[in-house]
Design a binder for this molecule. Structure first.
Ligand code: OGA
Ligand code: MN
Length: 293
């Protein structure tokens, strides 16, 4: 297996090993896991992706989330992101729930930080790619941590922040998060710094889902979160992935942010399938939990 650097200090293409190799071989799995810990975002090109292969590949890195409440794919290991109505085959209108969800995915975020069991990794495959737009953009929360002034790192070392699904959805439309979703996913509090036990590297851990910093007045917390978000995603520090057929991208939800980019969604279909791997003790999740409560 070889890797080829793609982004500014993070992100790499994996060469010589594909999804099927990882399913079949522990050595291939271990090599990919090492590259994942090192580069945070991995691109596999030219894959013969099926739902089964994607799930089997993903399971090699830990337990899979089952589709969240009320999302397409609920109760399965697949999160389906699409603007195609499955019943009619037509493209959905801009005010359709899936269009609003796509807009929420266009906010910088990391997956599942609002869950009681956050995610270590996501695996995303492009099944239908629009002719323009629809890229996925990444930023490194790990490199952002390293470039913070030392006094800010010190201040944030033991800081905690609140995350909730409704906080990111409310930025798009007031009813996008349903009463059932709000109830199923109440706010959770995590350390604002996630250390990867495999290499000791610290990372910021915030997202569009992050609503407040524990112990700060709301306005002060909002201002600090906005400053951190600008710092993480500053020009020159992001990497835009333009999807090609057969592409699969795996990213580290502990150490990156991502966002979907818009496309002419009333004219062109886009269909993406995601599997999401729940973080375990080996991924450093226990250190995230608040010291009290
Ligand atoms: C996701 C996501 C962005 C995109 O699948 O978690 O945010 O480009 N996707 O579809
Ligand atoms: Mn996402």
């Amino acid at each position: 297996m070889q890797t080829r650097m793609l982004g500014p200090g993070f992100g790499a293409e994996v060469l010589g090993v594909g999804l099927a190799d990882v399913v079949d071989s522990d050595a291939a799995r271990d090599a990919v896991r090492e590259a994942f810990d090192a580069y945070s975002v991995l691109l596999f090109r030219g894959q013969q992706v099926t739902d089964e292969l994607q799930a089997a590949f993903s399971r090699r890195f830990g337990p899979l989330e089952t589709g969240k409440v009320a999302s397409l794919g609920e109760g399965t290991p697949f999160s389906i992101l699409t603007n195609v109505d499955r019943a009619t085959g037509a493209l959905v209108a801009p005010d359709h729930k899936e269009s609003l969800r796509a807009r929420a995915n266009q906010l910088w975020h990391t997956d599942s930080s609002y869950k009681r069991e956050p995610a270590v990794a996501s695996v995303l495959s492009a099944r239908v790619i629009p002719p323009a737009g629809g890229e996925t953009e990444f930023a490194s929360q790990r490199l952002a941590w390293d470039r913070l002034p030392a006094e800010v790192r010190e201040r944030l070392h033991d800081a905690f922040a609140w995350h909730s699904y409704s906080h990111s959805r409310d930025q798009i439309a007031p009813h996008l998060a349903s009463a059932r979703e709000r109830e199923a996913m109440p706010p959770v509090c995590w350390r604002i710094r996630w250390r990867n036990p495999a290499n000791g590297r610290d990372s910021l851990y915030i997202a569009s889902h992050t609503s407040a910093i524990e112990g700060l007045a709301p306005a002060e917390g909002t201002r600090l979160l906005a400053e951190l978000m600008d710092h993480i995603t500053a020009e020159g520090h992001t990497w835009l992935h333009r999807w090609q057929p057969g592409d699969v991208v795996m990213w580290d939800n502990r150490s990156t942010l991502h966002r979907g980019r818009p496309w002419p969604a009333t004219d062109h279909a886009r269909l993406m399938v995601r599997t999401t791997i729940t973080a375990t003790a080996a991924d450093g999740v226990d250190a995230l939990r608040p010291l009290r409560h």
